[in-house]
Design a binder for this molecule. Structure first.
Ligand code: BES
Ligand code: MN
Ligand code: ZN
Length: 497
């Protein structure tokens, strides 16, 4: 989508549909500026809107150039957040689709916050709320997607422009991640996924190296190979890299994404309904890392960032790993497999252990790791955990702040040492399951055994995939993590100035 910024007056903006976010105060004051621009239609319509968040009203103006107006409520002026603006813009996007608007304007409301935050949120909300996944529909529905979005502003022209550009880049990266998650599993085998990464790298300007099964064997990634044993398709391990000359860090930040392209559970087979039926999303962590790399490269973020994506499916084929198998991992540690459905930690452990070779400044992994995270937090927020190296509290608060600002929210879980008791094995260094209690924490404690650097673990099992759309988060893959990572890294780059 083309996104531009204009300081032309509301009245003169020539679009099929103009979205106007309005506060409760603006409505109470009679929407005078809008009456002046669009005439008596506003006076007649304003009885039907209060300006509260969630309000939407379509108006056919009798003055001005815009063909249609949509007023979207954003609540009390002093309490407007970026999240409210995203959802208001998403409502506008839905109205635009209904009336088949090709050109759409959004006016930036006059708020106390910076113009770039508001315009970024509006662009994100519009693009994300208007997202559709139509790849497999054979009967063309008559949809007209908006082709051009104009952000209308009266001042702060430059800031608004910066925010709009960022919003477009980030939202498009989120849409890439959503597309990958929504893709049918047979179109994203590990090799096909790595091809998609190569294509993405070329298009967005970052580097990628893909290891095949022989290289994975050579490197001794026992966890990834064990999970892959029951599969027809070989695994891949992709190494993504963004290393700009102007990088402000010398040791890399590493992003690790769980790339289980389909999780049947293996021999510890999952039931279908409400469980296996959504497991094409078990590579949502990988999708988030790919999306984040796209945005980071497009934004030319001044940080050295590496992405690691171990990819395989988890199937109960003839040679599948079995409960009781003891696996020698990349790090040299041994793991007793007691449930083949706890496969995510097996492949992540190898990636995390390989990450040590880069002497990273920080490693962040994203994984649809446990059903327990969904039980604990639902689908509105991810769980965040960190190891107890120095700076743990700062890391957690920086990640939580990035979550609040970006809309990809996270909430911490504890990492007390006592939880290690649950993953002690009678025959190996560790076992891969810790029982029902504190399942998300014991999964993270397992991973911690493969880490010797500052590390943040994000269990995104809940918010990465929705059964029903909510606001600008559409049904299916949400692209959760892309905005979180970009925001976190932008804040980090800012601190290194
Ligand atoms: N991919 C699943 C976790 C998951 C569940 C993601 C629901 C999204 C929605 C993971 O591989 C898994 O199966 N975890 C098991 C671990 C258990 C066997 C210790 C789980 O959570 O049941
Ligand atoms: Mn599983
Ligand atoms: Zn899984």
């Amino acid at each position: 989508m083309k996104v531009s910024v204009s300081t032309i007056s509301l009245q003169e903006l020539d679009v099929d549909l103009l979205i106007v976010p309005v506060t409760v105060e603006a409505v109470a004051d009679g929407l005078e500026a809008l009456v002046a621009a669009f005439g008596a239609s506003i006076e007649r319509a304003r009885v039907d809107i209060k300006g509260e968040a969630g309000d939407v009203l379509l108006i056919y103006p009798d003055a001005g150039t815009a063909k249609r107006l949509v007023l979207t409520g954003i609540g009390d002026r002093s309490a407007v957040t970026s999240e409210i603006l995203r959802n208001a813009a998403a409502e506008g996007a839905r109205s635009a689709a209904k009336v088949r608007a090709e050109t759409v304007g959004i006016s930036v409301p006059d708020l106390d916050s910076d113009g770039d935050e508001a315009s970024q949120a509006l662009v994100e909300g519009f693009i994300l709320g208007g997202y559709r996944f139509d790849r497999y529909r054979t009967v063309e529905e008559e949809v007209v997607m908006a082709q051009r979005l104009v952000i209308q502003t009266t001042d702060q022209d430059k800031q608004v422009r910066r925010g709009a550009d960022r919003g477009r880049i980030v939202a498009e990266a989120v849409c890439s991640a959503r597309d990958l998650v929504n893709l049918s599993p047979d179109e994203k085998t590990p090799v096909l996924l790595s091809k998609a990464i190569e294509k993405s790298a070329k298009k967005h300007g970052y580097e990628v190296t893909v290891w095949n099964k022989a290289l994975i064997e050579e490197e001794g990634m026992g966890g990834l190979l064990a999970v892959n044993r029951g599969s027809q398709d070989p695994p891949t391990f992709s190494v993504l890299e963004w290393h700009p000359e102007h990088a402000r860090n010398s040791r890399p930040i590493i992003l690790v994404g769980k790339g289980v392209v389909f999780d049947t559970g293996g021999l510890s087979l999952k039931p279908t309904k409400g469980s296996m039926d959504s497991m094409k999303s078990d590579m949502a962590g990988a999708a988030a890392v790919i999306g984040a790399m796209e945005a980071i490269a497009k934004l030319e973020l001044p940080l050295y960032v590496i992405g690691l994506i171990p990819a395989t499916d988890n199937r109960p084929g003839e040679k599948a790993y079995v409960p009781g198998d003891v696996i020698r991992m990349h790090s040299g540690k041994t793991v007793e497999v007691l449930n083949t459905d706890a496969e995510g930690r097996m492949i992540l452990a190898d990636a995390l252990s390989y990450a040590t070779s880069f002497y990273p400044e920080l490693v962040i992994d994203l994984a649809t790791l446990t059903g327990a995270a969904v039980i604990a937090l639902g689908d509105i927020v991810a769980a965040v955990m960190t190891n107890e190296e120095k700076g743990a509290a700062e890391r957690l608060s920086a990640m939580t702040a990035a979550g609040e600002a970006s809309g990809d929210r996270v909430h911490p879980l504890p990492m007390f040492d006592e939880y290690n008791e649950q993953i002690k094995s009678t025959v190996a260094d560790l076992k891969n399951v810790g029982g029902r209690e504190a399942g998300s924490i014991t999964a993270a404690k397992f991973l911690e055994h493969f880490v010797d650097y500052p590390w943040i673990h994000l269990d995104i099992a809940g918010p990465s995939f929705l059964e029903k759309s909510r606001g600008y988060r559409t049904v299916g893959g949400t692209g959760f993590g892309v905005r979180l990572l970009v925001r976190f890294l932008q804040d980090m780059a800012e601190k290194k100035r």
